[in-house]
Design a protein around this ligand. Structure first.
Ligand code: ADP
Length: 167
């Protein structure tokens, strides 16, 4: 049984995150999308709201044998991974700028838990500039983010900002 976690803030989930999930499903039997409970990052959505959104969106991921689960967690990623018997941590790399931070985290995590491997997947080119923070920034300033976040996420962001439904 190859079980992995894909940890992140997912505040909110973007098409970039979905792309990494779609790439991962052919590599693992089970993937836990692990939503970090990080109140100090001043998130737009609560961990429960993020988990619910992801649950609703997951059926759109192309069919495969892989089982996808969504859970929130706090604390060390490796502790959560170990607790859930995951042997791999999936992370996405968009650009060289991601690499330095991700390398440090992967090496630290390996030191903390040598049995758990970090697996890096390269972002799709069309989403390589997409981040949750950029989506929130652009959307808050009235910019269009369609095609870069799932429709449900855009609707929830509108709701959060009190913008009403768009037709
Ligand atoms: P974190 O706060 O842990 O970085 P994020 O939700 O920002 O959480 O990202 C979670 C993971 O998804 C990270 O590995 C990040 O590199 C990856 N990721 C984020 N956006 C994209 C994207 N557009 N394409 C591919 N991977 C991405």
């Amino acid at each position: 049984m190859r079980r992995a976690i894909f940890p992140g803030s997912f505040d909110p989930l973007t098409m970039g995150h979905l792309d990494i999930i779609e790439r991962s499903v052919s590599l693992f039997d089970e993937i836990i999308i692990a939503v970090l409970n990080n109140p100090d990052k001043n998130p737009m959505f609560t961990p429960d709201e993020r988990c619910e959104m992801i649950q609703e969106i997951l059926p759109s991921v192309k069919k495969s044998e892989c089982c996808l689960l969504v859970e929130s967690f706090a604390g060390l990623t490796v502790d959560f991974a170990k607790q859930r018997n995951c042997s791999a941590i999936v992370r996405g790399i968009r650009a060289v700028s991601d690499y330095e931070y991700e390398l440090r985290m992967a090496l630290m995590n390996r030191r903390l838990e040598p049995q758990i491997e970090t697996v890096f997947l390269m972002a799709a080119e069309e989403y390589s500039y997409v981040s949750s923070n950029l989506m929130k920034q652009i959307f808050t300033l009235g910019g269009r983010v369609e095609g870069l976040v799932p429709e449900l996420v855009e609707a929830k962001m509108r709701e959060k900002l009190g913008l009403g439904v768009r037709f």
